[in-house]
Design a protein around this ligand. Structure first.
Ligand code: NAX
Ligand code: K
Length: 474
């Protein structure tokens, strides 16, 4: 499991270690991890040109000490100091290691002019290390930091702890910020590493263990071993009913494809049986390609809403008496009040969640963590907000983040497959929270598996699911 903690949690854990360890030991751990990540990116140190952007706090201190390690490996290291106050011991160490230092004119409101007052940017650097601000930073960047970044635009950036300028505890971005290839973080992931839009700004996150002892996280991201441990697998004496039966009430004569795709997601082999309840002509079409699909009867979970058109309300209310968990998707989300406080998974995208909460779609895209939490509290059930990093919230539990997937998954019908898949996992006995997060993980992994870097359609994702399940650790 990848876990992310709040700044307050990290500070508290750091305080314990700081009291135990010799002064500066923690920063040395961080700086060495950072330096090795830079060496990795550059494929070595000797002759490489490294620029450190150094802010006023310990984040800048990490960058300066990493610069010392890099200079000792033969790198040509230059530090641009973005504040009058910087980590003095780190600065002295860098100077002693042969690093070049420029103190920028921080009094200039527009930032320093690199082509005049500081001289031109003499030679292009191979990498920029962003030590402007870390977990102590307020969102946004000051003008001199913006000007410095502008002067080195196009050069790969390694961010120290977080890409400077993002809001660390929310993953929101409200002003200028660093966009990094790699972010090297310490002790644990922060929320901004997993939640968009900040997560996208940080590139690949590399975690350096500095020995923190941490409490329960704010956020989690399942890894293959977690998915394998949660996945319902048939017992040796299993039969189709003990494995769970999933019922699909989706699609309509107007949208038969939605029914076919949600059935495809449900019919991936993770439940014992799949029932389809809906238009007879649609069921006939489904059976021409999936003869194993049966009609109405008892189920352990329902999937409702995709392509239901005007029948969504009736389809949803028809499922309620069974008292089984329900996946509520697409057209049925408008009637999600009906499942408030019940075992359910609501699966909106940002536009649908906007309609449910009376918010604006762009607002939801800018603050997905805030709104998914709000929706889970409002509906007192599991809410899965679709996105590049899908979020799954349930009252009182850490928000789960899905980091599998590919941009090729943004294709018609992919959501129908996801709804069916989550339904199969619910029928298999998972809680709504686990079914949503395991389903979302498998869906993203199947898309990546099917895509191989190329385009895919929704049916490809469903077809790839058994292979992804088979590839999980035993
Ligand atoms: N506390 C610890 O034990 C450790 C801290 N480490 C590093 O220390 C960092 C935290 O250091 P600090 O608490 O000193 O805080 P930061 O270095 O994150 O920044 C705080 C400083 O930046 C200024 N500032 C705030 N917002 C700004 C903005 N938007 N633009 C420009 N300046 C801004 C503040 O005035 C303050 O002086 C971590 O992110 C990590 O990199 C690591 O060395 C590991 C150990
Ligand atoms: K930073």
């Amino acid at each position: 499991m990848i876990r992310a903690h709040t700044v307050e949690q990290v500070r508290a854990a750091e305080a314990v270690l700081l009291a135990e360890l010799p002064e500066g030991a923690l920063m040395q751990r961080a700086a060495h991890g950072l330096a090795y990540a830079v060496l990795d990116l550059l494929g070595g140190g000797y002759g490489r040109r490294v620029l450190l952007l150094v802010g006023s706090g310990d984040n800048g201190g990490d960058a300066l000490y990493a610069g010392v390690v890099l200079a000792r490996r033969g790198a040509i290291v230059e530090a641009w100091l973005l504040s009058d106050k910087v980590h003095e011991a780190g600065l002295a160490a860098l100077r002693a290691a042969g690093g070049r230092v420029r103190r920028l004119d921080t009094s200039s409101p527009g930032g320093s002019d690199y082509s005049t007052s500081q001289g031109p940017v003499s030679s292009p650097f191979d990498v920029v290390v962003d030590g402007i601000v870390g977990i102590g930073g307020r969102p946004g960047l000051r003008p001199q930091a913006v000007a410095a970044l502008e002067a080195v635009r196009g050069i790969p950036v390694v961010a120290v702890d977080v890409p400077s300028g993002v809001d660390v505890d929310s993953g929101e971005v409200s002003g200028p910020h660093v966009t990094a290839e790699v972010t090297v973080t310490f002790g644990t992931h922060k929320i901004a590493h997993l939640v968009d839009p900040a997560a996208e700004a940080g590139g690949v996150t590399h975690l350096v263990d500095i020995g923190l002892d941490l409490p329960a996280p704010a956020l989690e991201a399942l890894q293959p071993a977690d998915v394998a441990a949660l996945l319902p697998r048939p017992a040796s004496q299993a039969h189709k009913y003990t494995r769970g039966v999933v019922g699909i009430r989706t699609g309509s004569t107007t949208y038969p494809g939605a029914a076919m795709l949600s059935v495809a997601g449900a019919d991936c082999g993770l439940a014992g049986m799949v029932r389809f309840v809906g238009d007879a002509a649609v069921l006939d079409r489904i059976r021409t390609v999936r003869p194993e699909i049966v009609g109405d009867g008892r189920v352990q979970a329902w999937v409702v809403g995709s392509g239901s058109h005007q029948t969504a309300e009736g389809q949803l209310s028809a499922t309620l008496d069974d008292g089984v968990p329900i996946v509520v998707d697409a057209d049925a989300l408008e009637f999600a009040d009906m499942v408030a406080g019940r075992r359910a998974v609501l699966t909106p995208h940002a536009g649908e969640l906007a309609g449910m909460l009376g918010a604006d779609r762009h607002e939801i895209e800018a603050r997905p963590l805030h709104f998914v939490r709000r929706a889970a509290e409002a509906y007192r059930t599991t809410v899965l907000l679709k996105g590049r990093h899908t979020l799954i919230a349930h009252p009182g539990r850490p928000v789960r983040v899905t980091t599998t997937g590919t941009p090729w998954l943004a294709t018609a019908g992919a959501g129908d497959v996801l709804g069916g898949l989550i339904g199969a996992l619910l029928a298999g006995g998972l809680t709504p929270y686990d079914a949503a997060s395991v389903g979302s993980w498998l869906h993203g992994a199947a898309a990546t598996y099917a895509s191989q870097g190329g385009p895919i359609v929704a049916g490809d994702v469903a077809r790839a699911l058994p292979a992804v399940v088979a590839s999980l650790p035993a």
